[in-house]
Design a protein around this ligand. Structure first.
Ligand SMILES: [Fe+2]
Ligand SMILES: [Fe+2]
Length: 459
């Protein structure tokens, strides 16, 4: 059904369509998404987990058309977001620009060049063509936005067209609307504890055991034990094991050099998490599978014992899950992403480096939410060229969370809680070399009733 027909139908039925209603990938695209899950809902007397998005693909030959379709779809979806915004008007396409007139175009950044004069020259593209755009630094507000730009992101540019060049007056990111978070009817907590790195000789078994002892109610003050009792969800943010051959000379830093035994080791520690807590596990770049995102759920061949845990829910990277839904509560939507793209953006975006780099994951999450994409620049990290672009943030969750950088931090952007988990691995030589300063044993915790957030420390 064409989007216009869909809108007409919804209006006739008295419903106000949202972007998600208007934009619906064609059936051809949906056919390529293969949700290979036997079970999507995991409900107990005290908890509920529903897998909202799990990305896995049927095997198919990949062609150039898949990459082209991915970019076209991303562009088309983000364009619909700009159409909803009141502050962006007068939109036209690049091929319809008229010399001497003002306009707003929605375009993808194909090239960025900073000229010695301070002017920034961009090559912009939409579905109708390309144009060279120029941004001068005369306006300080606009100049502040320039260090944030990255290749392939889609923005709205307002300005004037003259002599074949588009002179930009302002630019806007797709952004997210403000989120009013739902409040759970009782105190219930979710903790974030990824990057176990089982098998590494830097793995911290004592610290992980301190964490599981607390979850069991065997340590801490009476108040801390009460929180442990009310913790019903444990999110494991990937890098369950340290893997084999992930970085040069890694074998010198491995205690277990067999991948099966690494997963057995992870199982040994994960099984210490009490059964009344649901454990949601995604993979990371150290796990035994392809790097290209979305990564499927951990392979059963390797992680067989983890699959046997009665309270383990194993899903893809990224994933969206809904927690604690009940008859009178819609549940909390959590987007879980390992965070492998973070290295590229921290390294290449001046704005993020100046904001604190690896110490400012809250700023990085804000950056990605503003762009509605987990990895807006092609090539930042390996991706599967799936046309539907699973890294696009279509649905705005209540919580976004990530691991990978081993530096715990909790932030908030437009009502969305942003969480970066830490790790259970001490600093490796590789991390020191690339500028990581991890905070092992730190566990972010969120109360889904009050939305109070905190950091627990087990090291
Ligand atoms: Fe990690
Ligand atoms: Fe990682």
């Amino acid at each position: 059904m064409e989007s216009q027909d869909r809108v007409r139908e919804m209006l006739a039925a008295g419903k106000l369509p949202t972007v998600e209603d208007i934009y619906n990938p064609s059936s051809e695209i949906e056919d390529l998404i293969h949700v290979d899950l036997k079970q999507k809902k995991f409900v107990t007397n005290t908890s509920s987990v529903e897998i909202v998005k799990h990305f896995d693909y049927a095997t198919k030959k990949i062609g150039l058309q898949d990459f082209v379709a991915r970019f076209r779809n991303r562009y088309s979806y983000l364009k619909t977001i700009f159409y909803e915004r009141a502050d962006v008007d007068g939109m036209t396409s690049i091929s319809k620009l008229v010399s001497g007139e003002e306009a707003t175009i929605i375009a993808m950044i194909m090239d960025i060049k900073k000229l010695p004069t301070g002017t920034t020259k961009l090559v912009l593209e939409d579905l109708s063509g390309q144009v060279t755009a120029v941004i001068t630094t005369k306006d300080p507000e606009l100049a502040d936005k320039l260090p944030q730009l990255t290749f392939d992101e889609v923005l709205a540019f307002s300005g004037s067209y003259n002599g074949g060049t588009f002179f930009v007056n302002d630019l806007f990111w797709p952004d997210i609307p403000f989120k009013n978070k739902p409040k759970a009817p009782e105190d219930v907590y979710v903790v974030f504890c990824g990057d176990v790195h089982a098998g590494s000789n830097m793995f911290l078994p004592k610290e992980f055991t301190k964490f599981t002892d607390w979850l069991k109610g065997e340590s801490g003050t009476p108040a801390q034990r009460e929180i442990a009792k009310k913790t019903k969800y444990v999110i494991v943010l990937g890098d369950v094991v340290d893997g084999i051959g992930i970085y040069p000379e890694q074998n010198k830093e491995l205690r277990i050099t067999d991948i099966y035994r690494q997963y057995d080791e992870a199982f040994k520690f994960l099984q210490q998490i009490p059964d009344d807590k649901q454990i949601i596990i995604i993979p990371g770049n150290h796990d035994a599978m392809r790097l290209a995102e979305p990564q499927p759920a951990l392979y059963k061949t390797y992680a067989e014992k983890i699959y046997e845990l009665p309270n383990a829910i194993i899903t893809s990277n990224p994933s969206i899950v809904n927690l604690h839904k009940s008859d009178n509560f819609p549940g909390v939507d959590v987007m879980i992403y390992h965070g492998y793209s973070f290295d590229y953006f921290i390294d290449s975006v001046e704005y993020l480096r100046k904001a604190g780099g690896y110490d400012a994951s809250d700023k990085l999450w804000e950056y990605l939410l503003k762009r509605r994409h987990l990895s807006p620049t092609y090539g930042a990290n390996p991706v599967m060229p799936n046309p539907a672009d699973p890294l696009l943030i279509r649905h705005v969750p209540d919580i976004v969370c990530s691991g990978h950088i081993h530096k715990a931090k909790i932030g908030q952007y437009r009502g969305v809680v942003t969480v970066s988990g830490s790790c259970w691995q001490d600093t490796t030589t590789f991390q020191t070399r690339v500028g990581h300063t991890p905070t092992p044993g730190a566990v972010p915790i969120v109360n889904l009733r009050t939305w109070e957030t905190n950091m627990l420390h087990f090291k």
